[in-house]
Design a protein around this ligand. Structure first.
Ligand SMILES: [Zn+2]
Length: 59
């Protein structure tokens, strides 16, 4: 269960980092191509948002 105030509680399965993480940004979900749907249902990777949070390399 997600705890209120826990940033990881809003993460989709495909997210690599919580929203607001420095150095991380939204990217088109590779599983559904940004449609948010897969096989007629909400994409399990991005939780139907069509985007995932990916950590951007740079370190
Ligand atoms: Zn997706």
């Amino acid at each position: 269960m997600s705890t209120s105030g826990d940033p990881t509680g809003d993460m989709a399965p495909g997210d690599e980092a919580p929203q607001g993480t420095p150095g991380a940004g939204e990217n088109i979900c590779p599983a559904c191509g940004g449609s948010g749907k897969l096989d007629g249902a909400a994409c399990p990777t991005c939780a139907g948002t069509g985007v995932v949070i990916e950590e951007v390399g740079g370190a």
